[in-house]
Design a protein around this ligand. Sequence first.
Ligand code: GLN
Ligand code: ZN
Length: 745
Amino acid sequence: MQIKSATLGYPRIGKNREVKKSLEAFWSGKIAAESLLQTVTEVEEANWKTQLDAGIEKIGIGDTRLYDHVLDWAFRFGLIPEPFQQFSGLERYFAMARGKEGIPALEMTKWFDTNYHYLVPEIASEILSADFSDFLQTVQRAQKILGKRAIPIILSPCTLLRLSKLESNIDEAVSKLIPLYINLLTELKNLGVDEVQMHEPALVLGDANSWKKHFQTVYNSLESVELPLHLVTYFDDLGETYPWVIELPVSAISLDFTRGRNLELIKTYGFPEDKRLGLGIIDARNIWQIRPEQVLSVLQEIVDNLHVKSLDIQPSASLQFVPYDAKGEKQLPSALRNVLSFAEQKLQEVVLLARTIIGDNTKTEQEFLESSWSQFEQFSPVNHSIQERRKTLKIDDFQRSLSYGLRLDSQIHLPLFPTTTIGSFPQTSEVRQLRVRYKRGELSQQAYQAAIDVEIAKSIKLQEELGLDVLVHGEFERTDMVEFFGQQLSGFAFTENGWVQSYGSRYVRPPIIYGDVIRTAPMTVREFKVAQSLTEKPIKGMLTGPVTILNWSYTRTDISRQEQAFQIALALRDEVADLEAAGAKVIQVDEPALREGLPLKPQRWSEYLSWAVDSFRLATAVAQPQTQIHTHMCYCEFGDIIKDIERLDADVISIENSRSNNQTLREITSGGYSHQVGNGVYDIHSPVVPTTEQILEQLRTGVANLPVKQIWVNPDCGLKTRRWEEVIPSMKNMVEAAKVLREEV
Ligand code: GLN
Ligand code: ZN
């Protein structure tokens, strides 16, 4: 059997976030386009060299350029919605990504069950001409550096279509795209490419079986190019599609063996002897180093069930979901650092496993990894108190003492269409600077808190002047909504440079849950009190929910996700009680990541939702009936989980609504949702200030769909990425729109 090491994509942001810095400099006019492209090229080439030096034999290349890989392909294929056709080049590309005066950006949504967001292509009946030149140039550059090791990565037709908004029917779109893909593949073949990775993650979705005909049409047509195609799937198993997918005319198929049941499928149906298997065995979505004994026994079992001639050992997906290098995290205790594995470590693991399977003696390396794990176990022992508390939980702990209808009257009274924001206000460079100086020890805690309080005071004054009804303190002390909480809880670790891309130029550093989670002191009460002392209006206490903290962290693999969610929920429960005791009448517990945690296959949804919703309830049910509990969710669809959203039993939910053109609201209301809804009135990802008219138009959809008593008015999401110059006029227009509407009803 021939065995090679391979990758399916790599972090794309630069080891020192060069791409972000460059994008932002370009947008603000500080650097020219050439300079931006130069940076992106340098980052890309450095990535290739790292993989080459690690000894990877088949290196996936061209996975993205500037902002988002789905946008890259929509752009190259000429899938340009009408409003963007007036622009060209980078101006068009970034208009589609970020919007431009009066033109909203493409919709953005989560990439499968990850925390990466892609831009949703829109396929109109007219497709502009395709242009693959940037991609082909990338391939040529890669060939110079990597030679035959360079394997181009293409987002494949069915996945592209599956993720797009379609004006025409699918058959028509498929037949339009096929010739374009044939051109692309032909050009690649002419460049001397031996194989391409066709990424088709849509094959693991619950509805993939209904796409059988399209997959067959596409791959039967692409076969004519006579370029070996490597069909790449990840994030779950192939499920019911397995039997026909393995018959598609491709030379290789990649499967994810870190999630789902691909091993069972191989055992049941076999795997074709004439195809190569891409064996995704290193988890590309978690940061734990392999435990050689465990992973080798799984690997051996897979190999024993195969009769293939060749095999690639590889990460389960693109490594874009992990940071670059764990060894650089010098601040972490070494016992922890030594069991972490980021992209660079995963490359070594891929090579190690490939060598081991070939028959090389890797005993010393294996023992070294195992001994790191033994040291870690001593460093992070089990906490018995949390396990005791968990065991004694009763049904009542998950249930508010009065039901929604009965507690409603005792809660805060507000005008119709109450206005509020989602929590954060602009994180200006001054604010960020404050936190940096505090962290470096240049500011004492006292001086730091005093400076934060000045920001809080400014924001309260401003919100009062604007006439908002429910105020927020502004979250100036928070770097990130998950990191902030994790930093105060035991069991969490933080990296210095562990950035991963959330969308475009926005990167996050997911915390690492490595041990039992305990709250050691109140986390948000001080800032709440400061804010509330400055105003008669209610301040919303502001927490991040257990499911979001879990879903946006790297989690443990030794206990279940449910156990970890409940531990976090218990910590938050104590915080809710403390906020209430400090006078909070309104407390928001954000759960923007609740939906994205749904398993990709609907059969597995109910199990997840059951504990996910329970953990939110565990965190919030401690609130007195008169305390109004809000939750916030963004950038996701709800239609199919309305009952579960209702079961959260929040009094108010604020949702993103404007970027998806009210889709979210329609889903919520047609599901018969009876609690209050904060109807997001403008897209906060765009620097464009919405007019009162635009906001009114948005709100009228709400009014048409919901009883007025149920409607709140708020932006789509937090405002931390915006500038005050955008926020102030936007808020003014928003409050104005609410006033106009109050007159109308
Ligand atoms: N409260 C958070 C904020 O305003 C919510 C952010 C989010 O939903 N992603 O920033
Ligand atoms: Zn949000």
